[in-house]
Design a protein around this ligand. Sequence first.
Ligand code: GLU
Length: 483
Amino acid sequence: MAVFSRLPTAIMIRTRFAPSPTGFLHIGGARTALFSWAYARHHSGAFILRVEDTDLARSTPDAVRAILDGMLWLGLTYDEGPFYQTQRMDRYRAVIQEMLAAGTAYHCYMAPEELDRLREEQRSQGVKPRYNGLWRPEPGKILPTPPAAVLPVVRFKNPRDGMVAWDDLVKGRIEIANGELDDLVIARADGTPTYNFCVVVDDRDMGITHVIRGDDHVNNTPRQINILRALGAPVPLYAHLSMILGDDGQKLSKRHGAVSVMQYDDEGYLPEAVLNYLARLGWSHGDDEIFSMQQFCEWFDLDHITPSAAQFNTEKLNWLNAHYLKRTDIARLTALVRPRLEARGLSVAGTPSLEAIIGLYRDRAANLNELADAAGIFYAHPEVPTRLLEKHLTPEALPLLADFIAGLAEVAWEAPAIGALIKESVARHGMKMPKLAMPIRVLLTGQEQTPSVDALVALFPREEVLERLGKADDPRPSGIDPS
Ligand code: GLU
């Protein structure tokens, strides 16, 4: 049986991610990028990166870098770009000239003070402040003489009547009366094009078929559609994604901890965990929670995006991260953990090998920093908290430990033999396993929770174990009577 795609095959899907470089790549932006990317991948289309840097006061090179770094870290590869709007100014100016020539835009000489006055008056009369159309050309209308002292702005001649409507692929049909829309300024008095206009020219020039973006842009959409129509350009389909709320149901903000994608890297998350997590933020495929990006691209469509706000759940992200850590091969984890240790000033050369430590701890760690914490203990003897010494180096435990230490000199240096030695020592003293295992754990690592104690001991070099356990000779702070 023949299978037909929902979309005519002749249409090449083209999506874009169009961040403004005014800060880091935040979680909301990353999800928008992910959905745009996946939609293009699903349809074997093209995904474009466009940096919307026309707001010179707020755009910074650092923020551009942060966006590119974030995309790279997540593996959201783009087929075209990055394009920078600041490099396309000539193009925007040319389109403004075309529109002036075609009569779809006009010069407006209303001085800013005059406009302010007008708005003030409207407010005092209880009407919505808006431009009064003074300089808008109409058939048969005589326009005032342009004042010499005023540099004009260019306004778009928005249709006066009818509705502008679109079937939003997430939110459903949205309709706005044209009468609600002002004649938008598309070029300022100094000739620089304005935000909504640049977006329109770019979406047209870049042949964007699907605009997938945050729903903070819903209000811009009717204006953009009208300008596209005035240019005779095809109107793309729009999918406006609902916002992401923090764990507490409030708008996601810095207050919630990591909101920059790269901060997740700092905090020891794997990009595949973050991607998998983001994929499920407002989109679902049945009950599937864990899937690869390849699988996601195969499944992803715009029909299963929820129109309601998605709530961030850090616990779930942690759970996914632990899942991916367990499945990541040791060589890659080692490469990811090594710089974290080096950043703490620890030399990773020597024994035990970082690979071996990670092999032992991988299943217990929730993130890369926990792995680094665990590994750090092997390369620098940690301070053992007095509380733990007091708790575990009891008068009963000390002879047991001494017995075990004596056996260590001779034992074959591998976990089963060390395990057998522990069992023998415990049995000889008629004690239970934890009586010996806990002091060993605490003296070696400064912690009560470790992997199995025989494997832990075997991982250290013999001399290091003797050295650390040797501290048991007089481990108690002065003033405490061991008897
Ligand atoms: N530059 C806008 C932003 O960062 C996105 C514009 C768009 O996607 O149309 O919010």
